[in-house]
Design a protein around this ligand. Structure first.
Ligand SMILES: [Zn+2]
Length: 306
């Protein structure tokens, strides 16, 4: 499935220099907007919220596409090099990002790795037993605030003249994230059960913040599928716990989760990892906060919270 991206790296470096490295971009005082390129929807959302009218944001992963297995095209690589600010998640969500940066070599590009310095949850999974980290930090409103702060600081580095606007917008965003944390804290405080079953292992940070357990069908990445023995063991646990709901997600086939649900007599409901929006989400005006609110309701239902 890999695209022949790296064979074109040298050519792209030239393209990126020609389009992005030219002098006199004049971002300040001339009304030119800061061009931001992101690798995942939550980062796009934070950049838009904080940058407001002063930025133009392009998220590389297209609508409806699941980011774990995505890789950039030559065009995407050129876009990274042509931007003012590149924000990637890190922690294993977008492992191609650092290779892409080495290839584009755009000297004026400001780069933000949004999870840098965070205490990451590590997990070792199947394939060759290599250790990986859990990248899904944005699902925890407290860590999401840290990512937003990293985005804010990147924007200020690119356009220091707009510092006050970015700080005010980031402050407003941080306040909304604080309120979201409060709603989760209260909503998940008193529940009949504290174990959920999810389609892939995206709930680590959320579960650790609000004190519940997660049984994941696939791994940290959506393409790490369980063996038949692992699936049988998950089914066994689900039966013992009397789980009534199994979470599925919008961008990944629900086939495995549905099979499991049938086997243990549970129902599937959506819990959205907020890794990307679909066209329908955009048409319905959904965003990070509305999806997080829907997720809280799904969690409260599955965990039988009062
Ligand atoms: Zn994921």
């Amino acid at each position: 499935m890999r695209k022949p991206v790296w064979a074109l790296a040298l050519l792209l470096a030239a393209v990126a220099l020609a389009t992005g490295g030219c002098a006199g971009r004049g971002r300040e005082g001339l009304g030119e907007r800061v061009s931001v390129v992101t690798t995942a929807y939550p980062l796009e959302f934070f950049a838009r919220q904080i940058g407001g009218d002063a930025v133009e944001v392009r998220n590389l992963v297209p609508l409806g596409v699941e980011p774990h297995e995505w890789e950039p095209s030559p065009r995407d690589m050129a876009d990274i090099g042509a931007g003012d600010l590149f924000v990637y998640n890190g922690a294993g969500l977008d492992p191609w990002a650092e290779r892409a940066l080495a290839a584009v070599q755009s000297p004026n590009l400001v780069v933000v790795e949004a999870t840098r310095g965070m205490d990451l949850i590590s997990a070792s999974e199947g394939q060759a037993g290599e250790a990986t980290t859990d990248p899904h930090v944005w699902l925890d409103p407290i860590l999401a605030t840290q990512e937003a702060t990293a985005v804010r600081d990147g924007l200020i580095r690119v356009a220091p003249g707009q510092q006050k606007v970015f700080e005010e917008n980031a402050q407003r965003l941080a306040q909304r994230l604080g309120e979201l944390d409060q709603r989760y804290r209260e909503g998940l405080a008193q529940c009949g059960r504290r174990t959920v079953i999810a389609s892939h292992a995206f709930l680590g940070y959320l579960a650790s913040r609000y004190d519940f357990q997660v049984i994941a069908i696939a791994g940290i990445s959506t393409d790490v599928e369980p063996s038949p023995a692992q699936l049988a063991s998950i089914a066994q646990q689900a039966r013992e716990l009397g789980q009534r709901y199994i979470f599925v997600e919008p961008l990944v086939s629900p086939a495995l989760a549905k099979t499991l649900a049938r086997e243990v007599g549970a129902q599937t409901i959506v819990l959205n990892p907020v890794e990307g929006l679909t066209r329908d989400d955009v048409a319905a005006g959904k965003d990070y906060f509305s999806i997080m609110a829907e997720n809280l309701e799904a969690l409260r239902l599955a965990m039988e919270c009062r």
